[in-house]
Each structure stands twice: as C-alpha cells, then as structure tokens.
Design a protein. Structure first.
Length: 300
C-alpha cells in the first residue's frame, strides 16, 4: 500500500480526489452535467458517433433520419450520465444510493433448490451503477477488466466491493472461477450482449439483423448447474432515480440448441432495449462480425 504513495502516482490520486469532489454534487446537478458531457462526446466523438449511427440505422429502419438523430443525441446524453454514475457507484454512501432506487423482483434470486444464479446483465449505460445497486441487496461475483495502473486497480477493486464484502471480483477470463461460484449456489454477473467474434458464437437475429451471439449463456448455465435470471437497471424519468428489475428465472433453458438459446437471449435483450432505446450502449460495434461473404457495416 505504501508503494502507491510514490510521486509517480500523485496525478492518479489527484484525479481520484477530483472525482470524489464531483460526486458531492446533488444528483440532479450530476445528471445535467452528464448530459452536457454527452453532448460534447456527440460533437467530438468521431468514430463512436459513426458506429452509433450505423447501429441505429440497422435496428430502427422504420424511423426517419430526423428521428434517429434525436435518439442519437439522447443516447449520448445517456452515455454522459453513465460516466457520472461511475462516480456515484464509487463514492456515494449506501444511504444516498438507496434513496434513489426502486427494487422489483428480488425474490427471483431465491432458489428452493439452492441453485446458483447466472445474472444476465445487459449493456445499458447504467451498467456501472447496476453493480452498486444490486450489491446493496445481494452478493454477486463478477468478472472485470484489470487495470494496468496499480493504484487505479487497487481503487476499482476496493470501491466496487465496498457495499458487500461477500461479493468477489474475478479476472475476465476466469471461467473456472465463475463455474465454481455457480456450483456453490452463488449469483454470478454475466453480460453476453456484445460481439466477441466468431469463436463460440452463432448468428442469431437481433433487431432483424443476423448477429454474432455468444453461446456462453447456455453453456455457463449447463456447466454451472445454474438458473438464468435476467436483471435490468433503467433510469426513471427526469432526475428521480432508478428501477432495478430482476426477472423470473428462465424455464426450459438451455434447450440444448445453441441457435435457439442465443435467439432467446437476443429476443430478451431486444425487448428491453425497445423499452428504453436511448439508454442502451449503441456505441459498441455490435454487428462487427458478419456472415461469410457479407460486407462489414462499419467501413468508412
């Protein structure tokens, strides 16, 4: 720990201190600041703005260009708010967060058979604060991306576990650790809704587009002898807070057919995105991997 106080780390500590000061602002002010940052990202985001436009064109072809541009702006404002939510998740005391969240369906995490829960998390812009909100009520083991800077790595582990010391962080490639937790009856965070390449993926429909979809949801469920329990966190209108909704565990899953199982995952993601399309992370290259012979979507 004392080695983290060396002069070469002072700028990191200064930056962390600044974020802690920003987190002292009222929630409504942080939301407005996030929207402003989002508009700056929209103006100067370059390639990410282009990727988002392509994704919206593919997923909402029935919208006019003007309607998609409105959605684009709202989405980047949502991304900016998500950055502010990182500070809330890291620095806010438990009581301050609890005042803002409405919980629905937490009972679905209870299993009479003592099975583990594969907690299906979607890449909404609320993803960072989702971890904080669920660990106020439930221990969750999660994979994460280690940071190269040792001070930042120390702080992200410390801050992400501060609400519940029963939760654990696992290396993002620690599949064995995830399976071990599931077999022990624990709840494990899992986010399958990104393009991870052709390996371990099948092409399944998502918003009518053939999309590389990981088969890991069904395989983790089967190998970990776990239930699949989806969870979604969305923002309430204005600056009123959040709704964390846990859905009933999926029955008859997995089916044993990778395409059928991946299609079910994609259908659920699509249903939730359609409810709050501005809050989804459209800036990722969700359609990067294409079927053989089909041109890429993101070429300039």
């Amino acid at each position: 720990m004392w080695s983290y106080l060396k002069p070469k780390f002072w700028l990191v500590w200064l930056g962390l201190g600044f974020t802690a000061l920003v987190a002292l602002l009222p929630f409504s002010v942080m939301v407005r600041l996030g929207r402003f940052i989002g508009r700056l990202l929209l103006r100067f985001g370059g390639n990410r703005v282009r990727i988002t436009r392509v994704n919206l064109e593919k997923c909402f072809p029935g919208m006019s260009e003007a309607e998609r541009e409105v959605l684009l702006q709202k989405n980047f404002e949502s991304v900016g708010i998500g950055l502010m939510e990182v500070l809330m998740a890291w620095w806010w005391p438990r009581a301050r967060l609890e005042r803002l969240v409405t919980y629905k369906g937490l009972e679905h995490l209870e299993s009479e058979s003592k099975q583990g829960n594969l907690l299906l998390i979607l890449h909404f812009t609320t993803i960072e604060i989702s971890g904080a909100l669920i660990t106020l009520r439930q221990s969750v083991d999660a994979t994460y991306r280690e940071h190269k800077n040792p001070v930042f790595e120390y702080m992200q582990r410390r801050q992400r576990l501060r609400y519940d010391r029963g939760s654990r962080l696992l290396g993002r490639r620690d599949v064995r650790g995830m399976l071990r937790s599931l077999r022990q009856g624990k709840t494990v965070w899992y986010s399958p809704d990104q393009d991870y390449g052709p390996k371990q993926s099948v092409f399944a429909p998502f918003f009518g587009v053939q999309t590389a979809s990981v088969t890991g949801t069904s395989r983790m469920s089967k190998m970990g002898k776990a239930r699949v329990v989806p969870m979604v966190v969305t923002r309430k209108p204005g600056s009123e807070g959040y709704v964390l909704e846990v859905f009933e565990a999926w029955k008859d899953f997995p089916q044993g057919d990778d395409l059928q199982d991946a299609t079910r995952v994609n259908q659920f993601v699509e249903e939730q995105v359609r409810r709050n399309p501005d809050q989804y992370m459209w800036l990722h290259r969700r359609f990067k991997t294409r079927p053989e012979g089909e041109p890429g979507f993101y070429k300039k």
